[in-house]
Design a protein around this ligand. Structure first.
Ligand code: CTP
Length: 152
């Protein structure tokens, strides 16, 4: 029975997150995910849109995930690996080399990221969308409405 663990914020859950979790489930019998708490994100200087309880609930209900635990500090990984009897620690390649210190306790793998999607990118798109002047949006919807009527 092999156990794998990963950690992340998983804010605005997207297909890059799903692909990673799917890959993990193909590598072990049990997948444990440490979801960063809001307090830990604040400590990291990361602003989240979706609160911890909701992020954790979404990840927990992904069919590739067996268990969710809160990630509350940088220092907990070694203890988690030992306490949960972890065989593999895996995380996206954006973290390459950062968790090599865990190699003393388990296998450490850095996995390729899904291209062209990230929470940062989604937040940027949302910000751009929200900065469109209201009258332009109204105009765009009027045009769409005319097109729709043309098609009817
Ligand atoms: N991940 C991935 N492919 C992506 C985005 C994320 O494989 N396109 C992985 C990360 O490498 C990490 C996990 O998903 O192992 C959780 O990443 P997280 O930081 O929560 O997501 P990001 O979309 O990378 O968020 P941000 O842009 O805020 O860093």
């Amino acid at each position: 029975m092999t156990k794998i663990i990963t950690y992340g914020t998983f804010d605005m859950f997207h297909v890059g997150h799903l692909n990673l979790l799917e890959r993990l489930s193909g590598m072990a019998d049990e997948v444990i995910v440490g979801v960063s708490t809001d307090e830990f994100n604040a400590e990291k200087g990361k602003k989240v849109l979706i609160p911890f309880e909701q992020r954790a609930k979404i990840v927990k209900n992904i069919k590739f995930v067996n268990q969710v635990i809160p990630e509350e500090s940088w220092g907990q990984k070694k203890d988690d690996v030992l306490n949960y009897g972890i065989d593999i620690f895996a995380i996206g390649e954006d973290w390459v080399g950062k968790f090599d210190f865990l190699k003393e306790f388990c296998e450490v793998k850095y996995l390729p990221r899904t291209q062209d999607i990230s929470t940062t990118e989604l937040k940027r798109s949302l910000k751009n969308f929200l900065s469109i002047p209201q009258q332009d949006l109204v105009k765009a919807f009027e045009v769409l409405d005319l097109l729709r009527r043309d098609l009817e």
